[in-house]
Design a protein around this ligand. Structure first.
Ligand code: CP3
Length: 350
């Protein structure tokens, strides 16, 4: 039995005693203990692939802060790596792929990898983390959305304008649809494998869906996430496994997102969470939406911002507090502590 299931109850819009909180990228470089473990591992990818070390860094933020959920330590780019694209991290430049997927011939070569072998290190990490958590809090599994994964596969790394993938979308939509098809089938297998290994909720990170024009978002990103939601195992061990969809920059499409059958929508900070609740709160829970940059302000300002978000959401359940995007590596961990404490203190319903 889970000792703290507040996060899962809030996602199911069941009564809670306070608003649960976790932070996107809660395990990472803003924690000195993470930097030390990563140094021992040799590289970020070796850290992801080493069960013991991935377990250790997943638990690090929970040792510091009373967070209500843990998130698997891994990366969304393990999926294109398993497709043979050769992921590496160039120092100071972010993720890169040895091979890109841009031509008709590249697309023809794409395949759905065997998740059970190629990504076994991820499901091994899930099982190991569940054991180490000992039912303290639930464990979140995750994947990138088909479109967000395709951004990295086509661009070969991060991009400021998504020129290659968007050109493909306008010039050869058939090629992009084929990539998205392969990604969708892979993500369904991948998330189901994480659920079977013990992930108690899953989040789909659609980090770049918000860069698409109206209409194209629905066709090239949302449609495929809908297929994933429909293909997931939604119950495990006698309990619902909630699905959270996070499209950064997706605030104008909340009704469309709520309609795909997910349990919760992740919001970035540009949306008013109270207004979002009025629009879709009868269908889904909401997760968010503190601007991660506000963590650079002093604790009093952080608390004021937490209070503004909690007040805007209003009472009752259905809110999981989070940042609107990942925590910055330059954040002072004491400020993250102030955020977590403020959420718990200000939301407690006595
Ligand atoms: O949230 C967590 O603590 C779990 C682990 C996690 C990581 N990446 C670890 C990571 C999760 C959920 C991700 C998701 C991810 N990865 C996304 C979607 C969320 C988002 O931020 O939009 C994306 C787009 C990626 C791809 C990626 N991985 C980039 C662009 C980078 C480089 C930029 C950066 O922040 O360093 C990574 C590397 C990465 N993934 C790090 C971590 C802790 C830093 C690696 C290091 O230690 O050097």
């Amino acid at each position: 039995m889970l000792k703290n299931d507040t996060f899962l109850r809030a996602l199911m819009r069941e009564p809670v005693e306070y608003t649960p909180v976790w932070m996107m990228r809660q395990a990472g470089r803003y924690l000195p203990e993470y930097c030390a473990t990563r140094k021992n591992a040799g590289s970020f990818l070796q850290l992801c692939k080493n069960t013991e070390l991935a377990t250790e860094v997943t638990l690090q933020p929970l040792e510091r802060f009373p967070l209500d959920a843990a998130i698997l330590f891994s990366d969304i780019l393990t999926v294109p790596d398993a497709m043979g694209l050769g992921l590496y991290f160039a120092e100071g430049e972010g993720p890169k792929f040895e091979r890109t997927v841009r031509t008709e011939a590249d697309v023809a070569k794409l395949f759905v990898p065997d998740v059970g072998t190629e990504l076994k290190y991820v499901t091994d990490a899930v099982s190991s983390i569940r054991k180490a958590l000992d039912n303290r809090v639930p464990l979140i599994g995750f994947s990138g959305s088909p479109y967000t994964l395709a951004c990295y596969m086509v661009e070969g790394g991060s991009s400021s304008d998504y020129r290659n993938i968007k050109t493909m979308m306008y010039a050869r939509p058939d090629l992009l649809h084929r990539i998205l098809e392969v990604n969708t089938l892979t993500v369904i297998d991948y998330l189901n494998a994480q659920i079977e290994a013990g992930a108690q909720a899953v989040q789909i990170f659609d980090s770049w869906g918000g860069s698409l024009p109206y209409g194209k978002y629905q066709e090239f990103s949302l449609q495929y996430m809908a297929r994933i939601v429909a293909g997931l195992k939604r119950e495990n061990d006698g309990r619902r496994v909630p699905v959270i969809v996070f499209t950064k920059g997706g605030g104008q499409w909340l009704e469309d997102i709520a309609a795909i059958g997910c349990d919760a929508i992740g919001l970035d900070w540009t949306t008013d969470i109270g207004e979002a609740r009025r629009r879709v709160g009868d269908k889904v829970a909401l997760q968010g939406n503190f601007d991660p940059v506000a963590l650079f302000a002093p604790p009093a300002a952080i608390e004021a911002e937490v209070e503004r978000i909690l007040t805007s959401y209003g009472g009752g359940t259905g809110h999981v507090f989070n940042l609107g995007h990942g925590i910055s590596q330059f954040t002072n961990p004491d400020h993250a502590a102030a955020l977590v404490a403020a959420v718990h203190r200000l939301s407690r319903k006595d």
